[in-house]
Design a binder for this molecule. Structure first.
Ligand SMILES: NC(=O)c1ccc[n+]([C@@H]2O[C@H](COP(=O)([O-])OP(=O)(O)OC[C@H]3O[C@@H](n4cnc5c(N)ncnc54)[C@H](O)[C@@H]3O)[C@@H](O)[C@H]2O)c1
Length: 258
């Protein structure tokens, strides 16, 4: 399943996927377009070819624009361009993180710069994107903000303290923003992932060395595939989730029980 081709639940919707040029973000973007949404991809790496491919596959407008979510001016100009080109914004998927490229090691070997950069991308970036996307959502009286979380925020994980702390912060962000936006028709939820063999880590020996232990912790004893969270993403982006906000939906094979 590249995208749920029979699911047209997002027909006419306008979506942003940050960190959308590759790996899970690109997978999410393809799924949203497959369900009928126009999609804007924002990333620090080039996504021109990915956007062109989505346009060809879906027949819908999809474009890429350089975006550094940790830079306020970049977030603002990205959201302005999307709102102008698409005529509004309905869905924001806050997906990027310093993840595949993150240092794995004892917390005391980390630096304040490393810690601050992790929070700047993973947390401040989600805040800035919401800040500049929400006005366009409010105009339409509909909005779906999906923050991509991690099971590690619930279980804790050694040697990834900055990353895990940033994902835990996203949970507070989700709950508080949901309280603030509930009466505007805008929902805010976290889509929590367990280890998934995304393009960035499936050939990475260090990340893949966790697989056996992670699979053993699950109720469904197999590896996570990039398609696994697609159904939950489409649900959280659609009308069907209108009465659900401030929540975390875990797609991790039943490892974390919330
Ligand atoms: N793959 C997994 O096992 C897994 C598990 C739990 C949670 N997650 C979460 O899922 C999301 C995607 O994971 P992935 O495996 O695709 O990670 P990844 O590291 O492969 O991709 C991250 C993406 O974010 C982009 N990015 C980085 N900094 C950015 C910035 N400042 N502005 C805009 N874009 C930026 C990168 O270029 C890349 O496209 C992340 O939030 C990650 O924490 C992944």
């Amino acid at each position: 399943m590249t995208a749920t081709t029979s699911d047209r639940s997002l027909e006419g919707r306008r979506a942003i996927v940050t960190g959308g040029a590759k790996s899970m973000g690109l997978h999410f973007a393809r799924a949203l377009a497959g369900a009928g949404a126009k999609v804007a991809l924002g990333d620090v790496v080039d996504g021109e070819a990915a956007a062109a491919d989505i346009t060809t596959q879906s027949g819908l407008d999809c474009f890429y624009k350089h975006l550094d979510v940790s830079d306020e001016r970049s977030a603002e100009s990205f959201c302005t361009e999307v709102a102008e080109r698409f005529g509004g914004i309905d869905i924001l998927v806050n997906n990027p993180a310093i993840f595949a490229s993150a240092r794995l090691g004892p917390f005391a070997d980390g630096t304040a710069d490393e810690w601050n950069r992790m929070l700047a991308v993973n947390v401040t970036g989600s805040f800035l994107m919401a800040k500049y996307a929400v006005p366009a959502m409010s105009e339409g009286g509909f909005g779906r903000i999906v923050n991509i979380g991690s099971g590690t925020a619930h279980k804790g994980m050694p040697n990834m303290v900055a990353y895990v702390s940033s994902k835990a912060a996203l949970l507070g962000f989700t709950r508080s923003l949901a309280r603030e936006l509930g009466d505007k028709g805008i929902t805010v939820n976290t889509l929590g992932l367990g280890l998934i063999e995304s393009d960035s880590i499936k050939d990475d020996e260090v990340h893949m060395s966790f697989t056996e232990r992670v699979v053993a912790s699950r109720s469904i004893h197999r590896s996570g595939h990039p398609d696994d969270p697609v159904g939950a993403l489409l649900y959280l982006s659609s009308d069907a989730s209108a009465f659900m906000t401030g929540q975390t939906l875990m797609v991790d094979g039943g490892s974390v029980n919330l």
